[in-house]
Write a protein that binds this ligand. Structure first.
Ligand SMILES: NC(=O)c1ccc[n+]([C@@H]2O[C@H](COP(=O)([O-])OP(=O)(O)OC[C@H]3O[C@@H](n4cnc5c(N)ncnc54)[C@H](O)[C@@H]3O)[C@@H](O)[C@H]2O)c1
Length: 436
């Protein structure tokens, strides 16, 4: 099949590469010329485990192409995926200017039947808007399909190649057949392609992300309660996670969710709800809890240093919003950096992949370390904001000898409290009694 993917970011590049991997001819279109140049020259633009290898293979096999020219990119394609940004507008609703802008352009370009697929996360009713935007200038046949993406950064290739399910919203029988054929190689082990109407597909994506955000914020509130009541959130997590109805995943407390999806999608669903006079009370609470949670460690840090962080130096391990990605959008670490520097402290940060992206945002506000241990030099304490696996079993002796004080504030509960006690650390985490 011939496929075009418009937007070559985290979703578009993975989508394009994975479709090429199953033998399709894929052209990825992006307005960012430097990105297109790099990708055309075999230079990957995001860090995503396993992606580079298949990207290079498909580039070499001539199944994957990149262009800035939309007309050229979609000319021969049967299916055109829109993997464009849908950032929050000023009022919190998803900004559709990228999607509708490209839909408008497509109307001027189309000459034959194509399936236009919304892969971006878009509010209910967007498929109709895309349909109308194209139909303004193109009077021929075409279909607009909602096919939300559920991949997770960090395991995006696996998620795309072996999805739990594929959701396809369409009322067009021809499009249904095309989408069935396209996804057949990805659902060979019986994972379902679930067909539904466009609106239900659009809402499914928001419902999924919002539900997961509820789970995270719920556990963060349980963690707060654990600290007040003297319970251990790790035990409570294990206790409830063994219940099949609850499940083990997404029960880890921490310093809040970030990333390009949960914060904006929860906000957008609240906004969509208010537009139809519905006050989504649970999600309002989720947003509030998460805002507070990003700075959960600050009172603990302030208490340890007697509310005087001026001149203190902090080693900060982890900047990405989660491990195995270089994505820093809405990363809790950025909020920590602001809070610490505003209080007069300095920050020496290390992240295996995200430092170049953070440098672009914060400039010289903080120092960047060459390696995880370099960050510790002359630091008054170590803060952990992202649970990269290399932080899980570090050389504690080295940490002890390099830090000025044996003090760790762990926003992701990566260490065992008993071990911390044995090693003589002052250790604060989330929802567990401090080790003093
Ligand atoms: N990142 C994720 O984990 C994830 C997962 C599921 C769904 N989504 C959704 O997928 C969508 C895309 O997210 P992303 O993280 O890939 O975004 P991104 O910002 O990484 O990528 C978007 C790309 O679109 C390009 N672009 C912008 N305007 C364009 C235009 N007019 N023509 C061509 N290209 C254009 C940008 O240059 C950029 O490369 C969003 O709606 C997001 O909510 C993201």
């Amino acid at each position: 099949m011939k496929i075009a993917v418009v937007g070559t970011g985290y979703v578009g590049l993975v989508t394009g590469t994975c479709f090429a991997e199953t033998g399709n001819q894929v052209t990825c279109v992006d307005i960012d010329k430097s990105k297109v140049d790099k990708l055309s020259n075999g230079q990957i633009t995001i860090y995503e485990p396993g992606l580079e290898k298949i990207f290079l293979r498909n580039l070499k096999e001539d199944r994957l192409h990149f262009t800035t020219n939309l007309a050229e990119g979609v000319k021969d394609a049967t299916i055109v995926f829109l993997a464009l940004p849908t950032p929050p507008g000023e009022d919190g609703s998803a900004d559709l200017k990228y999607i509708l802008g490209v839909a408008d352009d497509l109307g001027k370009i189309l000459t034959d039947y194509k399936v236009i697929v919304d892969k971006s996360t878009v509010p209910v009713g967007t498929a109709d808007k895309v349909q109308a935007a194209i139909a303004k200038n193109y009077k021929g046949e075409f279909a607009v399909v909602s096919n939300p993406e559920f991949l997770r950064e960090g395991v995006a290739v696996d998620d795309f190649m072996k999805p739990d399910r594929v959701v396809v919203g369409t009322s067009d029988e021809r499009a249904k057949k095309i989408m069935t054929d396209l996804y057949a190689p990805f659902v060979r082990s019986g994972n379902p392609v679930i067909f539904m109407d466009e609106k239900s597909a659009e809402l499914t994506k928001y419902a999924a992300n919002s539900f997961l955000a509820v789970k995270i914020s719920f556990m963060n509130e349980i963690a707060r309660l654990c600290e007040r009541l003297g319970a251990d959130v790790d035990m409570v997590r294990k206790g409830i996670g063994s219940d099949e109805r609850i499940g083990k995943r997404f029960l880890f407390p921490g310093i809040g969710y970030g990333g390009s999806c949960f914060p904006k999608d929860v906000q957008a669903l609240v906004k969509s709800s208010s537009e139809v006079n519905y006050d989504f009370e649970i999600l309002n609470a989720v947003m509030k809890v998460n805002e507070e949670q990003k700075l959960f460690l600050m009172p603990k840090i302030n208490a340890y240093f007697n509310n005087d962080l001026k001149g203190k130096r902090f080693a900060l391990w982890g900047l990405a919003f989660k491990p195995n990605t270089d994505d820093i959008r809405e990363a809790p670490a950025l909020y920590m950096i602001d809070a610490l520097t505003e209080a007069g402290a300095t920050v020496h940060a290390y992240d295996p992949e995200a430092m170049p992206n953070v440098k672009q945002v914060v400039g010289n506000k903080i120092d960047f370390a060459e390696g995880q241990y370099d960050a510790l030099e002359n630091a008054d304490a170590l803060i952990i904001a992202t649970e990269w696996s290399e932080f899980r079993t570090p050389e504690f002796e080295k940490i002890s000898s390099m830090l000025k004080n044996k003090v760790i504030f762990d926003g992701r509960n990566v260490y065992d409290r008993a071990q911390m006690k044995e090693l003589g650390f002052f250790y604060e985490s989330v929802g567990r009694e401090a080790v003093k």
